[in-house]
Design a protein around this ligand. Structure first.
Ligand code: AMP
Length: 173
């Protein structure tokens, strides 16, 4: 099937949510059925033979990609969420964002020791969010097979924070 240029479907919103940030709006890609499928297929193709036990999706845009990939791979889906959302005992981490700071949590019993985990989020900016997620996955006993993003903002050098893990992105700016 003909491939869409995914970059053409990502909308740039200047000065959102704060002045100086150029927000990459993926809603314009998600609403295009064949393009959304192309993204999921590309991730599935990359990870289908990697014996992934669980996919960790980061709230909230990470959930959009992690759920269909987990379904197709037959892997479990484990949410990393903002504070106060997960009902059972959690591990928690505070971290810095491109704008502001945040906290993330994972259920303490979400993973079993040595499980092969793929972590997915929509976008790698400074790398604060994904570093926190990686730490949480390791606290819960998972082994990180790879971390994957739809978009990587290369100029923010988030990759340099993640030297311990293979990183994959479908689209780079
Ligand atoms: P960071 O922790 O700096 O790597 O930021 C990554 C998280 O913030 C991702 O979950 C993104 O959804 C969001 N984010 C950061 N910068 C942007 C941006 N320029 N456009 C869209 N989302 C962003």
């Amino acid at each position: 099937m003909e491939q869409t240029n995914l970059t053409d479907l990502i909308r740039n919103i200047p000065d959102f949510p704060i002045s100086g940030v150029q927000f990459k709006d993926i809603t314009t890609l998600l609403s295009d059925g064949p393009a959304f499928r192309q993204v999921i297929d590309a991730f599935v193709e990359r990870f289908k033979d990697r014996q992934i036990d669980a996919i960790v999706g980061i709230e909230s845009r990470g959930f959009i990609f992690s759920a269909p990939i987990a379904y197709i791979l037959g892997a479990g889906l484990v949410p990393v969420r903002k504070p106060g959302k997960l009902p059972a005992a959690t591990y928690q981490i505070e971290y810095d964002l491109e704008y502001g700071s945040n906290q993330l949590e994972i259920h303490q019993d979400a993973l079993q020791s040595g499980m092969r985990v793929l972590i997915i989020d929509d976008l790698l900016a400074t790398g604060g969010t994904i570093s926190a997620a990686c730490e949480l996955v390791e606290m819960a006993g998972g082994t990180i097979e790879e971390v994957a993003f739809l978009i990587e903002l290369e100029f923010l050098k988030g990759r340099e924070k993640l030297t311990n893990y293979p990183i994959f992105s479908l689209i780079q700016y």
